[in-house]
Design a binder for this molecule. Structure first.
Ligand SMILES: [Zn+2]
Length: 345
């Protein structure tokens, strides 16, 4: 349990061991069928339709008015979602709030991330910076966990890790990140390498030249594991059984660390994949499901299907296959309201 000893430093008064003892044990093999659709905030009555169509859960977006403010400091900030929570409770659908990482106010916290090309992203924070975690992400997830205490339909959050505000690129937090002074300088220091910090545009090449690439990803992964474990422990102390899931999976340092860190919570972690939007990817499905479980035995890989690129018939075929092979699926829908044809058995 070497890792747990390390977490103690970060958790202060919160003991990982006491959390592991009191958190409800999750059953391996949990499954879900989640609908993510535009318009749901204004239409709690859709819950009945989604329930009939076989969904087990829905994603609740944060209210529009929370976009640019520190809403988590004001307990009433999520009140406008109460009607949706009531609809979900009435129909026995679980609710996961969607927490954005690469857009809205969270992106303003802490030093900027630097890409592999050496580009400093003006609107994206370093994914590991302490201000982003301590002043944004942990307080936000904690606020939603406190909300869940009074609204049993709220089972957790989905961290949306897509880097929407990236100027160079958006997408997953993969090996294009992070080459900021703190990440790269921290690595040199930890490795005992007494060289001046290379300029940002030469850091990626420096790793190759010095055969330090895998050591670098490992360094970032370990820091990520600690950040995620700290968050999971804080949240379990507030609301035992609260779940933290996430969107997008790549076999990259960020997601490996996230999955490992989440083991502290002893809860299932749904990994909502987007690679499957256009239909099932056989090899990737097997690889992603296996990899995520290796990193966290309670991880559940969840293929996502997009109504914008699949006909109702193709979507049903994919859902059927996902249900048989993985036990879980999710649907991403932008059409308001989602057409009836997509909601059949
Ligand atoms: Zn960084």
């Amino acid at each position: 349990m070497k890792a747990c000893g390390g977490y103690g430093k970060f958790l202060g008064a919160v003991s990982v061991f006491s959390i592991l003892c009191c958190a409800p044990r999750a059953d391996a093999g949990e499954s879900c069928a989640v609908i993510w659709t535009y318009g749901i905030s204004d239409h709690p009555e859709w819950c009945e339709t989604f329930k009939r169509a076989g969904f087990t859960a829905l994603t609740a977006p944060l209210p529009k008015e929370t976009r640019d403010v520190k809403w988590w400091l004001e307990p009433a900030s999520l009140d406008s979602t109460d009607a949706l929570l009531a609809g979900a409770a009435r129909t026995q659908l679980d609710v996961y709030y969607q927490v954005p990482l690469g857009m809205m106010i969270g992106t303003k916290f802490g030093p900027r991330t630097v890409t592999a090309a050496g580009f400093e992203e003006p609107s994206l924070p370093c994914p590991l910076n302490e201000f982003f975690w301590n002043d944004y992400l942990v307080p936000v997830v904690s606020a939603i966990a406190r909300k869940a205490l009074n609204h049993p339909a709220v089972k957790g959050v989905i961290l949306d890790t897509e880097q929407y505000y990236g100027k160079e690129r958006s997408g997953a937090i993969d090996e294009n990140y992070c080459f900021c002074d703190e990440c790269f300088g921290g690595f040199l220091k930890k490795s005992g390498i007494e060289e001046p910090l290379p300029v940002a545009s030469e850091r990626r090449l420096w790793l190759d030249t010095n055969r330090q690439e895998s050591s670098y990803w490992k360094y970032l992964e370990e820091r990520m594991t600690k950040r995620a474990a700290q968050m999971a422990a804080v949240v379990q102390a507030i609301a035992p059984g609260f779940q933290i899931h996430f969107y997008i999976f790549e076999d990259a340092w960020y997601y490996r660390g996230l999955l490992k860190g989440m083991m502290v919570s002893n809860q299932p972690v749904f990994v909502f994949d987007a690679k499957t939007y256009d239909g099932y990817l056989n090899n990737w499905a097997e690889e992603a499901a296996k990899k995520t479980r290796e990193l966290n035995p309670l991880a559940v890989w969840v293929p996502g299907f997009y109504t914008g690129s699949l006909s109702a018939r193709a979507l049903r075929a994919n859902v059927s296959k996902a249900t048989k092979t993985q036990g879980s699926y999710w649907i991403y829908n932008q059409i308001i309201p989602i057409p009836e044809a997509y909601l059949g058995e």
